[in-house]
Write a protein that binds this ligand. Structure first.
Ligand code: ADP
Ligand code: GLC
Length: 480
């Protein structure tokens, strides 16, 4: 079976969040199951630089305003072959895949990602005679039009899957873009491409894909309700029979405390002792007081309201009163950036804040923290809590989406059963978060109990093979 994945991010070439991590690992895991897997990504500068042995396989003289080529090749660090959409007028520019240097959406994002979907459809129709996919698997709104283009073209086509990594990002554009993107005006209806008067890329994917998946079972249920449905819940309920939740795995090659080059000393579940060296290195990196006994709470996150970091900011004074330390790496919302920086300014020996994006530091935070906070209001899956489990930094999470599916609260009963792996709270309030922080501090003070929970966390299996088998079953069901 041949499966083409289509996405806007791909670790290690281009990453703003978990989408990149998934695309960096799932295709390789599928290949391990014998699925011939390739990935189509935009030709951002970093991708063009990494591409090796590029061979042109298709061309468009004038795609949405510029010439474009489809190249086939490989890149170091990417386990499967790549297709790259080489279109300098759309992708040869510095910075973020979605935003310009001032943090505004690129004004031609509809063309950038419309063209990605367009070429995905062309590959699905056999643009590369040497490799015609049985399934086109689109990820998130950026690839959402691929199933639509394929269906609207009529004739024989591959099966289509759309994976929703986050329903809150929908790719909405003015209705006038429809014609430019070569979409038929008759498809601009509420049950197809239209979302409240706009062209919806994700909406189109949800309407046209043969199967829909999302990245945890709980989120698959949540998005069928009004609260988390982002206006698409009715459509998702309508398509419930084609919708599955498959929890993400983690790349155990990239995220492994026993081989991680960003940690001062390796450790694992059998010999966790050297984690203390990571903690000391982390305290040093952030200029915190070198107290081994202080529980260190870490955050690695985009800073926004979905991630609930306003709750963490509000709960910070209480955390400090309990003798905890706090480190944060992230960027996003300007108020949150300023808020955290202000607390760090007042408590430089207990609170360290790094505004920005830093892959190496994100590993040290996982290695050196005792607890990783993920207080998200909504979280389709979440990967940082999975990395935290493996690194023995007990995740403290809100009961939402994939967080609920992957962390077992350290209640007395769960500790007795030996299943506890972290801390889970319910209400999205600073008070509920503070109570969970209090529970974490109390458990931390009981060294034996802490070590037991930590060992359970570190030995949980969140590798990709299990999730890849579920995707394979989805493809097999689709192809009959
Ligand atoms: P999301 O995709 O919603 O941002 P995930 O938990 O699925 O959330 O994935 C986030 C990914 O991005 C993780 O690999 C995390 O380590 C990484 N990450 C987030 N913020 C930063 C940052 N500021 N610096 C480095 N890595 C980051
Ligand atoms: C999205 C979600 C996150 C998920 C990631 C990978 O960015 O916000 O919860 O882990 O995609 O699927």
């Amino acid at each position: 079976m041949r499966v083409l994945h289509v996405a806007a991010e791909l670790y290690p070439l281009v990453k703003t969040g978990g989408l990149a991590d998934v695309l960096g690992a799932l295709p390789g895991a599928l290949a391990g199951l014998g699925v011939e897997t390739r990935v189509l990504v935009p030709g951002y500068p970093a991708v063009m630089r990494a591409l090796e042995g590029a061979v042109p396989v298709a061309r468009e003289g004038d795609l949405f305003g510029g010439g474009a080529r489809l190249l086939a090749g490989r890149a170091a660090g990417v386990p499967v072959p790549l297709y790259v959409l080489d279109c300098p007028s759309l992708f040869d520019r510095p910075g973020n895949p979605y935003l310009d240097a001032d943090g505004r959406d690129w004004p031609d994002n509809h063309r950038r990602f419309g063209s990605l979907s367009w070429f995905a459809a062309r590959l699905g129709q056999g643009a590369d005679p040497a490799w015609r996919p049985h399934v086109v698997h689109a990820h998130d709104w950026q690839a959402g039009l691929a199933p639509a283009y394929l269906e609207l073209a009529g004739g024989e086509r591959p099966g289509t899957v759309l994976t929703v990594h986050n329903l809150a990002y929908q790719g909405l554009f003015p209705r006038e873009t429809l014609v430019e993107l070569r979409l038929p005006p008759w498809a601009f209806t509420y049950d197809r491409l239209e979302f409240h008067g706009k062209l919806g890329f994700l909406k189109g994917g949800l309407a046209y894909a043969d199967r829909i998946s999302t990245v945890s079972r709980t989120y698959a249920r949540e998005i069928q309700g009004a609260e988390q449905g982002c206006g698409l819940d009715q459509l998702l309920r309508h398509r419930a029979g084609d919708l599955v939740g498959i929890v993400n795995g983690i790349d155990t090659g990239v995220w492994d405390p026993s081989t991680d080059p960003h940690l001062p000393a390796p450790y694992d579940a059998a010999a966790p002792g050297p984690k203390a060296l990571s903690k000391a290195a982390l305290q040093k990196a952030f200029g915190l007081e070198a107290v081994p006994e202080a529980p260190v709470f870490g955050v690695v996150s985009r800073l926004n309201v979905h991630k609930g970091l306003d709750l963490a900011l509000a709960a910070l004074p209480g955390l400090l009163r309990k003798g905890g330390q706090f480190v944060l790496l992230g960027n996003g919302d300007a108020d949150l950036e300023r808020g955290f920086a202000a607390v760090a300014g007042r408590h430089p020996r207990e609170v360290g804040v790094r505004i920005g994006y830093d892959e190496a530091l994100s590993h040290l935070i996982q290695g050196g923290s005792d607890v990783i906070l993920v207080p998200s209001r909504s979280e389709p899956c979440g990967l940082t809590q999975l990395y935290a489990l493996r690194y023995g930094a007990l995740p403290l999470v809100r009961r939402a989406g994939g967080l609920a599916d992957t962390v077992v609260d350290a209640t007395a009963a769960a500790q007795r059963r030996g299943t506890a792996t972290g801390f889970v709270f319910d209400a999205a309030s600073p008070r509920a978060l503070a109570a969970a922080i209090g529970r974490a501090c109390r458990l931390y003070a009981d060294r034996a109990a802490w070590a037991k929970v930590r060992k359970t966390a570190m030995t949980r299996d969140f590798g990709w093979p299990a999730a890849a088998r579920e995707y394979l079953a989805l493809y097999e069901g689709l192809l009959g």
